[in-house]
Design a protein around this ligand. Structure first.
Ligand SMILES: NC(=O)c1ccc[n+]([C@@H]2O[C@H](COP(=O)([O-])OP(=O)(O)OC[C@H]3O[C@@H](n4cnc5c(N)ncnc54)[C@H](OP(=O)(O)O)[C@@H]3O)[C@@H](O)[C@H]2O)c1
Length: 331
């Protein structure tokens, strides 16, 4: 049987457990050209919160009554598609369920083994692609740049900062709590990390950026974005990747006040949607894979178990009670 998580109601603010319901159905049977994937892991991403809102976005919202949309990785267990034979490891958007039906249009064969599967949801998967194209193509970093990264202990931010270090930048991270900041510096190799949950956050951030910043990679938005704007140097680039501090806001989204800094500094601020780089994912996977193999880039996955624990695990994205890429093992 296939256990699945269905979106039942639209959330207001932080989603409560009642917005989803659990259902069980027969495992699907493939028709000609189709295959069935048994999901090992489901990717839990902040974007899932946005997909629950019935508002225009870069993709349509999850419809009420549909399986909750999510990235997945698993093995083909039944197939009528020669390109996706039984045993192949497949990544796709199979949703929060134990099995899904694919036809190869939105699924990728992944050169993983059982142990590597979680990495293909993290540094070698969508968050890694986001980091790679965001910091290199949009942020246009070069050696010697001063780079600030929020969400620095998370799936995207941890890879952004490490790539910037590989390129030869000076990198400061922002993360929640002293333990995460220590990890960002000691393990991930950032030059410094500022704890945004500390009462001294503002002064500590100012102190860590005495010469300002050339690139700000924004994962959190809100007040932190405003503080970063105030520190831009001439010609700086701001990469708008995400704004997690605003995703559960029930009132007005907090927009930047310090935007005149862009004008004064001839700086730019550009949004990024990783799916626009789909045709170049191969390039990023190869390069990140090489850095990982050479020991230059560390990957970090935080894996929880059981599809019935979806709600409490999902909330870890917002309460910070996790480190690196958040993953749910569902089979
Ligand atoms: N544009 C794209 O194509 C694209 C693709 C992927 C991801 N994203 C965005 O990139 C950002 C990071 O995604 P991710 O997958 O790497 O998630 P993540 O950083 O692994 O997980 C979310 C983290 O955000 C931090 N956080 C939660 N609430 C916060 C708040 N109110 N203020 C500041 N920080 C808060 C927490 O870290 P702490 O413990 O440090 O607080 C938490 O661990 C998200 O905004 C996401 O939407 C964008």
């Amino acid at each position: 049987m296939n256990k699945k998580v269905i979106l039942d109601k639209r959330p207001i603010g932080l989603p409560s457990e009642e917005v989803w319901r659990y259902e069980t159905s027969e495992i699907p049977t493939p028709e000609e050209g189709q295959f069935v994937v048994k999901h090992e892991y489901v990717s839990l991403d902040p974007a899932m919160r946005g997909w629950m809102n019935d508002v225009p976005s870069y993709i349509p919202p999850v419809a009420l009554g549909d399986v909750m949309r999510a990235g997945t990785i698993g093995k083909v267990v039944a197939s009528k598609n020669d390109k996706f034979p039984v045993g192949a490891i497949v990544s796709g958007g199979g949703g929060v369920q134990q099995y899904s039906l694919g036809d190869g249009k939105n699924e990728f064969l992944v050169p993983a083994n059982d142990a590597l599967m979680p990495k293909f949801l993290g540094a070698m998967g969508m968050p890694g692609m986001t980091a790679y194209f965001g910091i290199l193509d949009v942020g246009k970093i070069k050696e010697g740049d001063r780079v600030l990264v929020s969400g620095a202990a998370g799936a995207v931010g941890s890879v952004v900062g490490q790539i910037a270090k590989i390129i030869g930048c000076e990198v400061v991270g922002i993360a929640g709590g002293p333990d995460k900041c220590k990890h960002v510096v000691d393990t991930l190799g950032f030059d410094d990390c500022v704890d945004y949950k500390s009462p001294d956050f503002k002064s500590a951030l100012r102190a860590s950026l005495p010469k300002g910043i050339d690139v700000y990679f924004d994962n959190v938005g809100g007040e932190t974005l405003d503080m970063a704007l105030a520190k831009l140097r001439k010609g700086a680039r701001v990469v708008l990747c995400g704004a997690i501090s605003q995703y559960n806001t029930t009132g007005q989204i907090q927009g930047p006040k310090n935007y005149l800094s862009l004008l004064i500094n001839r700086a730019s601020m550009q949004g990024l949607i990783v799916f626009d780089y789909k045709d170049r994912y191969g390039e990023a996977v190869m390069q990140i894979g090489q850095w990982v193999a050479e020991g230059k880039l560390k990957t970090d996955e935080d894996i929880y178990e059981g599809i019935e624990n979806f709600h409490s695990t999902f909330l870890r994205l917002f309460n910070g009670n996790k480190r690196g890429k958040l993953i749910l093992k569902v089979n």
